[in-house]
Design a protein around this ligand. Structure first.
Ligand SMILES: [Zn+2]
Ligand SMILES: [Zn+2]
Length: 187
């Protein structure tokens, strides 16, 4: 068995294999082995996946579910927040070569949820990354009554009081809060 990092990159759903039989997938990806290409969150616990991949009339169908726990940043106070992510999916991927120009244009207008694969198949990792991103909350908040940061001095108002006169409702307007957020994203 290879390292987990290798495992995710070798999980290739090949149309030739799928033409013979459906593939059952049951995998657990440790934090750090899936590249989500974003600094908005980190995977904090294994990504557990159960899925079935099959070929139906030339299309790859992937059905299943996944769950994991992510580490995010509270949009108000910038403290760490853990979010449990769970999602079921039933997806079809068409071979990109079979699509005519007109069909392509129509799909762009339709906003239809049809995805494509190129060549011999696709990586399972690409499916999983997309599904995790779709499952993200719009905004992570540590608790519904989070008071955020003071826009003037940057103090976390959940833990401390400060002597500043007013506290704006939206801490994102604060230059200091923004600086801190930018700093986090670079980490
Ligand atoms: Zn908060
Ligand atoms: Zn203050």
């Amino acid at each position: 068995m290879g390292s987990p990092a290798q495992a995710i990159h070798t999980m290739f759903l090949d149309v030739k294999d799928l033409a013979v039989r459906k593939i059952r997938i049951r995998k657990s990806y440790a934090p750090g082995t899936v590249d989500y290409r974003t600094a908005d969150f980190r995977q904090a616990e294994p990504l557990e996946v159960r899925a079935v991949a099959e070929l139906i009339e030339g299309q790859i169908r992937v059905t299943g579910d996944l769950h994991t726990r992510l580490e995010m940043v509270c949009a108000r106070c910038l403290e760490t927040v853990h979010e449990d992510i769970a999602r079921e999916f039933d997806l079809f991927y068409k071979p990109v070569a079979y699509m005519s120009k007109e069909e392509e244009d129509r799909l762009k207008l339709d906003d239809t949820e049809i995805a494509f694969f190129e060549g011999q198949g696709m990586f399972l990792a690409d499916v999983l990354v997309e599904q995790v991103l779709l499952a993200l909350p719009m905004k992570a908040i540590c608790r519904s009554d989070c008071r955020g940061l003071c826009p003037q001095c940057g103090v976390n108002l959940n833990n401390d009081e400060c002597r500043c006169e007013s506290h704006a409702a939206d801490p994102r307007s604060a230059p200091l809060a923004r600086l801190k957020q930018d700093w986090f994203k670079k980490q």
